[in-house]
Design a protein around this ligand. Sequence first.
Ligand code: DQA
Length: 145
Amino acid sequence: MSKKRVLVLLGPNLNMIGIREKGVYGDETSQSIEMQIHEYAESLGFECEIFQSNWEGALIDKIHGAKGVFDGVVLNAGALAHYSYALRDAVACLRIPFIETHMSNVFAREPFRAHSVLSEVCAGVICGFGKHSYFLALQALKSLM
Ligand code: DQA
């Protein structure tokens, strides 16, 4: 059986993890976390690609291109999760499972972060576990496949 392919899609400012708001996101760099995501995905038997962009359109293009290429997506859209209907519509174009993921507990922060326009079109939501949110999201995808 061929390996399932998963996309880990990261939105604006997630390349700045380790530098930005260390009190919220910790001081481990995005590069280090991405390496561990790759390792963990492989340990679950996935082929994994990680794509980060600060551009909404680039994320939407990547989602459109995921059709027929990936079997599931771990999506940390950053702040776009709170307001991007365009990203939501892109997610709704595909029939593969998306796991909405946030490193921080978005419910314990500023009120605008408590609402996501993506949750309704995702299979589930994981937040609040730092880098482990990504590992848990990969486990969630595994459970759906
Ligand atoms: C985030 C939470 C968002 O509210 C924020 O805008 C981010 C990161 C998280 O991973 O906790 O950029 O998605």
